[in-house]
Design a protein around this ligand. Structure first.
Ligand code: 3PY
Ligand code: MG
Length: 262
């Protein structure tokens, strides 16, 4: 019989450290079967959203399990940058956290402190949580594994974050930054204008600056063409739409075809 004794390897963390790009989508609907399907379709990760969704803690736990069944990395976007929410997400077994609205180095340091055990952080320790496979992974292996494998990603989605980017990128313990074009566009006075030349110039500058450091850049994309564009611009963590948007697109396409038959 197989006994669990090792902390799981985070394959997307390894891939991005090796310079590769990875693809995922957001899960906002709280449905584990859809998360399994995201994995079976061959994507690399899912971001379980608790910022812009009604996903409850219980649902999030089941979505993490579904991601593991689908063999993809579950990342949790926390509702806010608080140690309590970050601890809960990681103790439940998320392979990483995505922290919205991180606009200063102090906020980035706070996220790292909450997400990493000493010496980099001060994450509260319980060796029997699901992340430690309820204690089946020995404590020292668990702590070293969690610090090694957990992704800490902060969002760049405000002009203040862009202004403070050098300091944010200098924070030890952050793996990458994730550009939120929607919130960023609002803070620049061009809400939702994804083709706005100034917005795109700023996004290019964030990606280029990030690539000159040991961190990687990610971005929210509307579709595959968008993901290809930003991948060529240097982004590695490409999150395309939400599972609800993908389902809506399939429904729209179906309805269009039905209307053509009428
Ligand atoms: C944004 O576009 O603001 C996002 O946070 C995307 O996830
Ligand atoms: Mg946002």
């Amino acid at each position: 019989m197989k006994t669990v004794s090792q902390y799981p390897v985070n394959t997307i963390k390894q891939a991005m450290a090796g310079g590769k790009s990875v693809h995922g989508t957001f899960a906002v609907l709280g449905e584990p079967a859809l998360v399994e399907m995201i994995g079976y379709a061959g994507l690399d990760y899912v971001i379980i959203d608790t910022e812009h969704s009604g996903n409850t803690t219980e649902q999030a736990g089941n979505l993490i399990r579904a991601a593991e069944i689908g063999n993809i990395t579950p990342i949790m976007r926390v509702t806010a940058n608080t140690p309590e929410l970050i601890l809960r997400a990681l103790d439940m077994g998320a392979g990483g956290i995505l922290v919205p609205q991180v606009n200063t180095a102090a906020q980035a340091i706070a996220a790292v402190k909450a997400a990493r055990y000493a010496p980099l952080g001060e994450r509260g320790i319980a060796g029997v949580v699901r992340a430690a496979r309820y204690g089946f992974v020995p404590m020292q292996e668990y702590i070293a594994g969690a610090n090694r494998e957990t992704l800490v990603i902060t969002q760049v989605e405000h002009v203040d974050s862009v202004s403070n980017l050098d300091e944010i990128l200098a924070v030890d313990g952050i793996d990458g930054v994730f550009i939120g074009p929607t919130d960023l566009s609002q803070s620049m006075g061009c809400t939702g204008q994804f083709d706005n030349p100034e917005l795109r110039r700023v996004i290019h500058s964030v990606i280029e600056k990030t690539r000159r450091t040991d961190k990687w850049a990610g971005i929210f994309c509307l579709n595959a063409a968008d993901a290809e564009y930003w991948r060529k611009a240097g982004a590695q963590f490409l999150t395309i739409a939400t599972e609800s948007m993908l389902f809506a697109a399939a429904l729209r396409q179906l309805k269009k075809q039905l209307d053509q038959q009428a």
